[in-house]
Design a protein around this ligand. Structure first.
Ligand code: ADE
Length: 415
């Protein structure tokens, strides 16, 4: 099926965006040199559900240049950069994505991407894998394996594996150190605040910023908010992470208490209704709510809509909800991923690591066709180390090596 994008005349802008991203992704410059025209993927069909950004453009164009037939749908109805979608479509990728898809259109586009009958399924959030396992099992026989980019998606896939319903091997790209440590923490840390600042244009210094969740994403957001001068409060349900946040110098308290203090709230948990009805009832006038987790479930937007006597869009990506008692609450990006809705997502330098892991995981799946079980696998450790070494080289950072004597010392156990 031909591509469906917003406006093909944006392709030239998209090309510049992708070229700009590539210039900050030295590992991909090497991969383009090594693999670009190799034909190594000719005959391979890849269906991808990713945020359609300039960084994704760098990754997907490489697969295309290696001879793969690629279809691409968005992994969020509001995250697509239309210029990049147009550029990739112009290059010959089958793109089904535009910014502002309805929920129905979003799933229609995932379906379109599957019509390619993929050998490899690349997903971000697990919707494409879930669709295959529910309504599109017709494509299962052709699938060699899949990959998954996010924490949320890996949790869903592990639940499928546990229930014995997973029908092909999947590599949990999210869980490997060179993805999770950099993308989830430093990527979201910068891009969530960038999205929030682009959307609101307000000062962060001096504000009380409540960060819900202290996993890798929450940590990144908390340290960057502090770096901008915010007084950061962390809420958690995990006692160990709560102690970590406390020892990292953040104030830790229940959301029930934080709601009365916070100027800005950023949810980073993956859990639903983290800011629920009972919290909304007690927010301060002018509170700003944003979500950095994958799905738009963390802020109870339905309750917000029911409780409000009026709603109006006050800026691009900012809606004002007014309550009967006169309080106003500002919701950024409709409660969807603030970094991709109101910003451009993680910087290219970060996505370089994430997508290099995707790339090598894809090659690993093809090289091991028929040898893997229907399980969720970690990225092979040699891939993680390879990505780290490529990155260090790309950033001109040299590190030490153990001497033979030190290596022997490390392996000895005698006193
Ligand atoms: N997820 C977060 N940031 C992203 C980006 N820039 N491109 C693709 N996926 C992302």
């Amino acid at each position: 099926m031909p591509s469906i994008v917003k406006d093909m005349s944006l392709a030239g802008v998209g090309r510049k965006q992708v070229e700009w991203a590539l210039s900050f992704m030295p590992v991909f410059q090497v991969l383009y040199d090594e693999y670009g025209g190799s034909g190594k993927l000719s005959g391979v069909r890849v269906a991808a559900c990713l945020h359609v950004t300039k960084e994704t453009g760098v990754f997907i164009r490489l697969l295309h240049e290696m001879g793969a037939e690629v279809s691409l749908a968005a992994s969020n109805p509001l995250s697509t950069q239309d210029s990049v979608a147009a550029y990739l479509a112009n290059e010959g990728v089958n793109v089904y994505a535009w910014r502002g898809e309805s929920d129905v259109e979003y799933f229609e586009m995932l379906n379109n991407a599957l019509d390619i009958n993929p050998h490899i399924v690349i997903d971000d959030g697990g919707d494409l894998h879930a669709l295959i396992h529910s309504k599109r099992s017709d494509v299962v026989p052709g699938i060699i394996g899949g990959t998954e980019e996010t924490t949320t998606g890996v949790i869903r896939l592990k639940a499928m594996e546990k229930k014995g319903v997973l029908r092909y091997p999947v590599i949990a790209v999210n869980d490997t150190p060179t993805k999770r440590l950099f993308d989830n923490k430093y990527g979201t840390g910068q891009s969530a605040l960038d999205g929030l600042m682009r959307a609101t244009s307000i000062l962060i210094a001096g504000k009380r910023v409540v960060v819900a969740g202290y996993g890798y994403v929450g940590k990144g957001v908390a340290i960057r908010a502090r770096g901008l001068g915010a007084k950061v409060i962390v809420t958690e349900v995990d006692p160990v992470k709560a102690i970590e946040a406390h020892l990292d110098g953040f104030e830790v308290m229940k959301m029930d208490d934080a709601v009365e203090l916070g100027d800005i709230f950023i949810t980073c948990t993956g859990m639903k209704n983290v800011i629920g009805k009972r919290h909304l009832e007690r927010l301060r006038d002018g509170a700003i709510l944003a979500n950095a987790g994958h799905f738009n479930v963390e802020i109870d937007v339905d309750s917000l809509k029911r409780m409000a006597i009026s709603v109006r869009r006050v800026r691009d990506y900012v809606d004002e909800y007014r309550f009967p008692d006169g309080r106003r609450v500002y919701l950024v990006g409709e409660g969807r991923l603030v970094n991709l809705v109101a910003g451009e997502g993680h910087p290219p330098d970060i996505m370089m690591n994430s997508f290099a892991n995707q790339f090598f995981s894809l090659l690993y799946l093809l090289d091991n066709e028929g040898r893997l079980e229907n399980k969720v696998y970690n990225v092979p450790s040699e891939v993680d180390e390879r990505v780290a070494r490529y990155t260090l080289r790309g950033w001109n950072i040299e590190i030490d090596e153990l001497t033979p004597e030190q290596r022997e010392y490390k392996e000895s156990w005698l006193l």
